[in-house]
Design a protein around this ligand. Sequence first.
Ligand SMILES: Cc1cc2nc3c(=O)[nH]c(=O)nc-3n(C[C@H](O)[C@H](O)[C@H](O)COP(=O)(O)O)c2cc1C
Length: 351
Amino acid sequence: MNHFETLFQPMPLGRGGVTLPNRLLMGPMTLNQATDSGHITPWIVDWYRRRAEGGIGAIIGAAVFVSQGGRGWANAVGIADDSYTEGWARCVAAAHAQGALFGTQLFHGGAASKVALLGQQPVSASEWTREGFDPARALTGDEIEQIIADFAAGARRSLEAGCDFVELHGAHGYLLHQFWRQDVNRRTDQWGDPVAFPVAVTRAVREAIGPDVPLLYRFSIHADAPDAPNHPVTPESLRTFLEALEGAGVDVWDISCWRESRRGYFGTEVFLPDWVQRFSNKPRIVAGNLLTPEEGAAYLEEGHAEAIALARALISDAAWANKARRGESAAIRPFSEEDRQAINRGIDPGA
Ligand SMILES: Cc1cc2nc3c(=O)[nH]c(=O)nc-3n(C[C@H](O)[C@H](O)[C@H](O)COP(=O)(O)O)c2cc1C
């Protein structure tokens, strides 16, 4: 019987002696079950508790807005002032009671928002309208400084809540990513350098959390084909980005591949995490369509990642990890779109 030993080896998480009990993290998932103000509800605590009970080694909490102007969705979670800290402390305690680590994913949606949600116009690096959202205006220099401070304050609150690590959400076209994207960031001031804002946020967060707390950075790539319009990411620009962020204090990459963790990037057959390894020797967590223990273990054994982040698989089965460890892969309830929809009705389909 296959007990997927590869998935159950402990791993140092960057620094501070923090150790992942196994190679399985729950990736961040926004489920819109918070209060209207973005405070944690008992539903959310129970959601995390069940995944920790189910044997996952660490939980990356959902994208959490660090500024009120950075909200992306109704009933998504926040950490924008001290009133939010206590709720996160309950999430952390639920994870710790089962031996799982917990960290927040600090987030600002930037242009991925609407006036109806924010009560004001969304903001971005430059004027930009993201498809499906309202037109965003360019941030002023002072506003950028304030958002950097908001990320740092969110990191401080995460530690006050007991988090073992923090992650920056630099992926999926949200504010950190908007600055990196040269088709969005057309600024002519100091923030026009595509890595300047991600680096400034990373530095500020590193300063807030001190030298002993692991800092994860999630990123994704919006365009990597040589003929892609709007300044595709190239191997050279990826290298610049990774080196700058590493210098600013990132310990671990959380590489978001969506459904494409087995696709070659930059016109080659080399997967994205293997490109990352060429430029950085930091550990790689990879997220993207690794739904079964067989797929997850193979990905690690082939050397594409040091750990994997599961999202949809854990919607449908909170006990995924324990079943894998017992060699009961066939007993795992597979992800279905119906399960994801059930969450909107307040049901936890993986319970
Ligand atoms: C319901 C749902 C909510 C998500 N919310 C977030 C989020 O808040 N932050 C983030 O970085 N990714 C988010 N993602 C992306 C997942 O973390 C993950 O990267 C993606 O689903 C691919 O992994 P999977 O194939 O294991 O689902 C979300 C995905 C789903 C399905």
